[in-house]
Design a protein around this ligand. Structure first.
Ligand code: ATP
Length: 573
C-alpha cells in the first residue's frame, strides 16, 4: 500500500524534499551572517554600510526561509493528507464488501480506532517522518560542513563526537516504544469498544439502573488505557532528554575548546558565536532523529493493525459479477451449516424447494435455524458446494451482490439511517423518493408517517430511534419493497406490530406483489397460514412441511403450536 503510493506520488515528495533541503541550506547561512556582523561591529571603526548589507542579507534569507517552508508544508503535508484520504477510502471500500462473518466478529470500537488513530499515525509517517529524517540527515551534515569550513574543522570534529550516541539511544528506545505503542493501540481500541457499546446500550443501562457497574467497568478500561499511555511516554519521554543531554555535551565542548581559541586569537568572537549557533541548530535534527525512530516504531504497529483490516479475506469467495434472468427458484439439498469459526451445526441436513412466485413460511422454536437459512439464501455466509442451488446454479457460482440485488432481505433488527423517512425508504435508489408514499402504504405505515412532525421529511434519530419499534419495522419493509426485487424475505420483521396488522401487511404484499417469491419467518402461525408451503424448524432440522391444512391434519408440532396460540389469543381477548 505504502510502496504503491510512493511509486505513484514520489514526485510530490521530490518537490517537497527539494524545498525542505533549500530551507536547510538557507538556514546554514544565517549564523554565518550573524558571525560576520559581530566581527564587523567589533572593529575599531565599524563599516556600517557593510553591516547594513549583512542585515539585508539576513532579511532576504528569512524571506527565502518563509517561502521555502510554506511550499514544503503544502507539498509534503498535502501528500500525507492525500495518502490518508486514499487509505481511509481503501479501508472502507474493503470492509463494506466483506461478508457478515467479519462484522459478527469485529467490534465497532476496534474498527473505529483503526480508522482514526492508526490512520493518523500512518499519515504522520508519510508526512512528518519525511521532514524529520530529511532534517536529521541534511541539517546535521550541512551544519557540520558549515561549521568545519566557516570556522574550524578540528573544533567541529571534537564537538560532534557525542552525536552518534544519539542514534544508539534512539535505536534502543525505538524497540521498546514499538511494543508499548502496540499495547496502547490495543487499549485504545478496547476503550472505544466499551464507549461505543455503552452509548448504544444507554437505554439498557438506564432501565437496569446499572450506572455504577458500567462506570466501574469503564473506569477500569480507561485506567488500563492511561497506564499503557504512561508506560509509552515514560520511554519516549526519557529518550528526548537523553538526546538533548548529548546535544548539550557538544555545547560544553565548544565552550571548553572554542573559548580558549578566541582568547588565543585562533578564531574570532564572531566565529565562536557562529559555532555556538550551529551547535544549537544540531539539537533539532537530533531530536528529529529520535522523533523519527519513535514515530516509525508506532507507525509500524499501526500499519500492522491497518493491514489486518485490509488483508481481511472474505469468507465467501465470490465469482465474477454476471447478470442472468433471475427467477428465484431455490433447491436446498442436504444442507448442514456451522457459522465460520464454530463447530456446532445450526442447520442439519436441510432439504427444501422454493418455486418462483410461491409464498413460503419458516416457523418453529427460537434458535432453530430459521434466520440462518434465510441469510444463506442471500449468501451472507459460505456454504458447501452442492447444497444450495438458485435457478439451477450452485449458489457458489453466482455473485452475492447479484443475488442481493434480486432478493430483498428484511432482517429481524430494523435499522434506519439518521436521514429523512423518505430518504430511508428510497435507500436503494434516490430516484424512488417521489414514490415513497406508495411503498409506505403497502407496508401499512403511511398514516403513521403523515402523523410525524414533518411527515416524510422527518429526520429519524440515530438508527431510527425516534420512531416506535413497529413504525421502524414497517419503514424497513417499505424500504425493501421500494427495491422492487423479484423475491422478498421477511425475517420475523413484524414482531413489533399486532397480529392483525402483521396478517394484513402479509396479505397486501401477496396481492400487490403478484408473481414475487415471498419468504416469511414468523412466530405467529396465524399470520402465515395462507402460505403455499410452511416449513417447521426444530433444532436445525426441518421436522414438518406442507400447507396449513396438511400440517393441521398431521397433528404434529405445527398443530400443537397452532392450537396453543389460538388458546392464548382467546385468553387474551
Ligand atoms: N453469527 C452467529 N455466529 C454463531 N452462531 C450464531 C450466529 N447467529 C446465530 N447463531 C446461532 O445459530 C442458531 C440458530 O439461530 P437463528 O438465528 O438461525 O435461529 P432462529 O430460528 O431464527 O431463532 P429466532 O426465532 O429466535 O430468531 C442459534 O443457536 C444461534 O445461537
Amino acid at each position: 500500500m505504502i510502496k504503491n503510493f510512493l511509486k505513484k506520488h514520489w514526485w510530490r515528495y521530490l518537490i517537497g524534499v527539494t524545498f525542505l533541503i533549500t530551507v536547510d541550506v538557507i538556514q546554514i547561512f544565517i549564523p554565518k551572517q550573524i558571525g560576520s556582523i559581530i566581527d564587523a561591529v567589533g572593529l575599531a571603526v565599524p563599516d556600517m554600510l557593510y553591516v547594513n548589507s549583512l542585515i539585508f542579507r539576513i532579511l532576504m534569507l528569512a524571506v527565502g526561509l518563509a517561502i521555502g517552508r510554506i511550499f514544503w508544508r503544502i507539498t509534503i503535508n498535502g501528500t500525507a493528507r492525500l495518502f490518508e484520504f486514499q487509505l481511509l477510502n481503501n479501508m472502507f471500500q474493503h470492509i463494506i464488501h466483506l461478508d457478515q462473518d467479519f462484522f459478527d466478529k469485529w467490534r465497532t470500537g476496534d474498527l473505529m480506532t483503526r480508522f482514526t488513530s492508526d490512520v493518523y499515525l500512518l499519515r504522520r509517517l508519510m508526512g512528518n517522518s519525511i521532514i524529520m529524517i530529511v532534517d536529521a540527515v541534511f541539517m546535521t551534515s550541512l551544519t557540520i560542513i558549515a561549521m568545519g569550513s566557516f570556522v574550524d574543522w578540528k573544533l567541529t570534529l571534537i564537538a560532534i563526537i557525542p552525536l552518534p550516541s544519539i542514534a544508539v539511544i534512539s535505536l534502543i528506545f525505538g524497540r521498546m516504544i514499538q511494543r508499548r505503542a502496540m499495547d496502547l493501540q490495543k487499549k485504545t481500541s478496547e476503550l472505544s469498544n466499551i464507549t461505543e457499546e455503552d452509548i448504544a446500550g444507554i437505554d439498557v443501562i438506564k432501565l437496569y439502573a446499572n450506572h455504577e457497574v458500567m462506570e466501574k467497568i469503564f473506569a477500569n478500561k480507561a485506567k488500563e488505557y492511561y497506564n499503557s499511555f504512561i508506560k509509552l511516554i515514560r520511554v519516549a519521554g526519557l529518550m528526548y532528554p537523553l538526546a538533548m543531554l548529548v546535544g548539550q555535551l557538544s555545547t560544553i565542548i565548544i565552550f571548553n575548546i572554542g573559548g580558549p581559541m578566541v582568547i588565543n586569537n585562533q578564531i574570532t568572537l564572531g566565529d565562536f558565536i557562529m559555532t555556538h549557533q550551529y551547535i544549537g541548530m544540531l539539537v533539532w535534527p537530533m531530536i528529529a532523529f529520535g522523533d523519527f525512530v519513535n514515530l516509525l516504531a508506532r507507525a509500524k504497529a499501526s500499519l500492522k493493525r491497518v493491514n489486518e483490516v485490509l488483508n481481511q479475506p472474505n469468507s465467501v469467495v465470490e465469482p465474477p459479477y454476471e447478470v442472468y434472468d433471475f427467477q428465484g427458484k431455490y433447491e436446498i439439498k442436504n444442507l448442514s451449516f456451522s457459522y465460520p469459526g464454530t463447530k456446532r451445526e445450526v442447520l442439519k441436513r436441510v432439504n427444501m424447494k422454493i418455486e418462483p412466485g410461491e409464498m413460503v413460511a419458516f416457523v418453529g422454536k427460537i434458535g432453530s435455524g430459521k434466520s440462518t437459512l434465510a441469510k444463506l439464501l442471500v449468501k451472507m455466509y459460505p456454504v458447501e458446494r452442492g447444497t444450495i442451488f438458485l435457478d439451477g446454479k450452485d449458489i457458489n457460482d453466482i455473485n452475492g451482490r447479484f443475488i442481493r440485488e434480486n432478493v430483498s432481505y428484511v432482517p429481524q433488527e430494523s435499522f434506519l439511517f439518521s436521514m429523512t423517512v423518505r430518504e430511508n425508504i428510497a435507500f436503494s435508489d434516490e430516484k424512488l423518493e417521489p414514490y415513497a408514499e406508495e411503498y409506505a402504504q403497502l407496508a401499512h405505515v403511511h398514516e403513521d408517517i403523515t402523523n410525524l412532525e414533518k411527515a416524510y421529511e422527518t429526520v429519524v434519530g440515530v438508527r431510527g430511534a425516534t420512531l416506535s419499534g413497529g413504525q421502524r419495522q414497517r419503514v424497513t419493509i417499505a424500504r425493501a419493497l421500494a427495491k422492487n426485487s423479484k423475491m422478498i424475505i421477511l425475517d420475523d420483521c413484524l414482531s413489533a406490530v399486532d397480529t392483525e396488522t402483521e396478517e394484513e401487511i402479509i396479505k397486501t404484499l401477496r396481492s400487490e406483489t403478484e408473481g414475487k417469491t415471498i419468504v416469511v419467518i414468523s412466530h405467529r402461525l396465524k399470520a402465515v397460514k395462507d402460505a403455499d408451503k410452511i416449513f417447521v424448524f426444530d433444532d436445525g432440522k426441518i421436522v414438518e412441511e406442507g400447507n396449513h391444512d396438511e400440517l393441521i391434519v398431521k397433528e404434529g408440532i405445527y398443530y400443537s403450536m397452532y392450537i396453543k396460540q389460538l388458546i392464548e389469543k382467546k385468553v387474551e381477548d
